[in-house]
Design a protein around this ligand. Structure first.
Ligand SMILES: NC(=O)c1ccc[n+]([C@@H]2O[C@H](COP(=O)([O-])OP(=O)(O)OC[C@H]3O[C@@H](n4cnc5c(N)ncnc54)[C@H](O)[C@@H]3O)[C@@H](O)[C@H]2O)c1
Length: 354
């Protein structure tokens, strides 16, 4: 069910013996896949989202599940704290965020309010509700900044180039501090460039989603920079699996990278997608934008050694699955792709680095 207040969601099916999992940013791209996966594995889940960029349609499957409740709330609010104290989750998966590099450059205060103050509010709520662990979605594409040696390991110096990267570093720092100060276990998962079904083509994040829709409807595509900028593209089900592997109680380091270790250039990505879509589109090249990195790939060997996690979906297969979803969603009037087709908010494409 969907509730629009901080009231305790009725119909919670989990018992006091098995407190629910709380997912913030539940209506977003990654959060909604995580909700589906948790429900599928038998957990009770409460999802929170203020729907600033998320969509209830992402939770269509989850909302039919008896062990799921959704509450529309801002994670920076006192109502959020009230909710968490009532539901007493065992584990908090914190994905709610302002996640646009460009917006963070334009409005760093808003970025910090959501990503830093929001994370502190989530930690306070989790602590006082007796949660055993908090998992934070951090950003391997921005917290490290530019480094000559790739793939980047967790002990690499943090040199963010954008307010978004800085706010994720600060959020990670608070997670670690709450562990030291209060004993609240916290892990930051530094994600590569996540892609797959449900990624919003109108947001800034998903170059794959943006290219796929543009190519599918025959729009021109634009690359910012010369096309050599490269990113570590990781499929959403692999990212969800990484979160799941971090649920058990065992010693983890403060940050774990979640990526494939492979950097793919934007131009290469564009051509792979064009091939998948059966298109011969030639992208427009525009100047690179502030806050964007040149090359990123992430070394996830610590996560692999600790949990056995490995990326299972090769890039070409992930691109095909994403294009299939884009094509299917073109049939739905309420879908992002349909809005794109109708010219609502269509915008040029860029690499992004989150
Ligand atoms: N997509 C990527 O490539 C990527 C890479 C690295 C890290 N991340 C991180 O993963 C998380 C999820 O990203 P995503 O790609 O699913 O983005 P998304 O925008 O689809 O999801 C974020 C969700 O948070 C919600 N939200 C924003 N502010 C909120 C607030 N104040 N209160 C409650 N909800 C709020 C939004 O409505 C949205 O549903 C974010 O923390 C992001 O920084 C994403």
């Amino acid at each position: 069910m969907v509730s629009r207040s901080g009231e305790a969601p009725p119909g919670m099916t989990t018992t006091p013996m098995s407190p629910p999992f709380l997912v913030t940013g539940a209506a977003g791209f990654i959060g909604s896949h995580l909700v589906d996966r948790l429900l599928h594995s038998g957990a009770g889940v409460v999802g929170v989202d203020d729907l600033s960029t998320g969509r209830l349609s992402n939770l269509a499957e989850a909302s039919r599940h008896p062990s799921f409740d959704f509450v529309e709330l801002d994670v920076t609010s006192s109502d959020f704290r009230t909710l968490v104290s009532r539901i007493r989750p065992q584990l908090v998966l914190h994905l709610a965020a302002q996640m646009s590099v460009r917006s963070s450059v334009a409005d760093p205060l808003h970025d910090a309010r959501v990503n830093v103050l929001g994370t502190i509010n989530v930690l306070e709520a989790a602590l006082h509700a007796g949660a055993r662990k908090v998992l934070l979605a951090s950003s391997g594409g921005t917290v490290y900044g530019q480094h000559a040696t790739l793939p980047i390991a967790e002990d690499t110096r943090l040199l963010p180039l954008s307010p978004y990267g800085a706010s994720k570093v600060a959020a990670e720092c608070y997670v670690e501090t709450y562990q030291r100060l209060h004993g609240l276990t916290g892990i930051s998962l530094a994600l590569g460039n996540v892609y797959g079904p449900r990624q919003d083509p109108h947001g800034e994040a998903g170059v794959i989603s943006i290219f796929a829709r543009a190519l599918a409807v025959g729009d021109r595509t634009t690359i910012f920079g010369d096309g050599t900028a490269s990113r570590d593209y990781v499929y959403v089900s692999d990212v969800v699996e990484a979160f799941i592997r971090c649920v058990p109680d065992m010693p983890f380091p403060a940050r774990l990278n979640v990526g494939t270790g492979t950097a793919t250039s934007v131009r290469e990505l564009h051509d792979l997608l064009a091939g998948t879509c059966g298109s011969y589109a030639i992208p427009i090249l525009e100047p690179a934008r502030a806050g964007e990195l040149q090359h990123v790939s992430l070394d996830s060997s610590v996560l692999t050694a600790l949990t056995g996690w490995r990326p299972e979906v090769p890039l070409l297969q992930g691109l095909k699955l994403t294009v299939e979803w884009v094509r299917a969603s073109l049939g739905s009037d309420s879908s992002p792709a349909a809005q794109h087709r109708n010219g609502e908010g269509a915008r040029p494409s860029h690499p992004g680095a989150h």
